[in-house]
Design a binder for this molecule. Structure first.
Ligand code: ZN
Length: 196
């Protein structure tokens, strides 16, 4: 009935690992599966819908997704119909094969950039390919919040934060708060902890 609480850590803006390109996972070992499980735990603890390896201190191309399903709204894409029922989901070596032409602006936030939100323009749809923990590879056209989350998380694997993609005008508005977060982070090794 009672479960021992665990402390989860997520790295925040200013941490060098968030600026690095993550490495491809060559083999899906039990350690990788354990890392995936830990990341799902951390994502739940911080109430996120996505968490990429670098945010959890790993330099590997692994992402945890927990994009919510709003079945009553219907699915925008085959990827949502297939992947949303599988959430939480671990993606290994995820890739965007192709981006749709339509662009859409939406507000984003990030567990690594707490209390800062900003508008980012991204393609509305992406063709997404990833390995799953069982070693299989899936490929789907994805839209909606899933497409946005995929692009945000895959950016993390390439050392990019959503704030890097904001318009210069809007970035200027959040810049002081971001710089405060970065400089304040140094004192706590850029770690944000939560007990869950
Ligand atoms: Zn993020």
């Amino acid at each position: 009935m009672f479960r021992k609480k665990k402390i989860f850590t997520v790295y925040t803006a200013g941490a060098p690992i968030l600026k690095k390109k993550a490495h491809r996972i060559e083999e899906i070992t039990p350690e990788i599966a354990d890392l995936g499980e830990e990341m799902i735990g951390a994502m739940a603890a911080f109430d996120g819908i996505g968490l990429a390896g670098p945010q959890y201190g790993s330099d590997l191309r692994i992402v945890a997704f927990n994009v919510p399903m709003h079945e009553e709204e219907g699915f925008h894409s085959p990827g949502e119909a297939e992947l949303l029922p599988m959430m939480p989901l671990i993606a290994i070596n995820p890739e965007i094969i192709e981006s749709g032409e339509d662009l859409i602006e939406a507000e984003e936030g990030c567990l690594s950039v707490p209390e800062i939100w900003g508008n980012v323009v991204r393609p509305a749809t992406v063709k997404f390919r990833t390995q799953l923990l069982d070693g299989s590879t899936v490929e789907y056209e994805c839209g909606g919040l899933l497409a946005r989350c995929i692009q945000h998380e895959l950016d993390h694997l390439n050392g990019i934060l959503f704030v890097d993609r904001m318009s210069p005008e809007e970035f200027a508005e959040i810049k002081p708060a971001l710089r405060r977060l970065e400089s304040g982070g140094a004192a706590r090794e850029y770690k944000r902890k939560i007990k869950f």
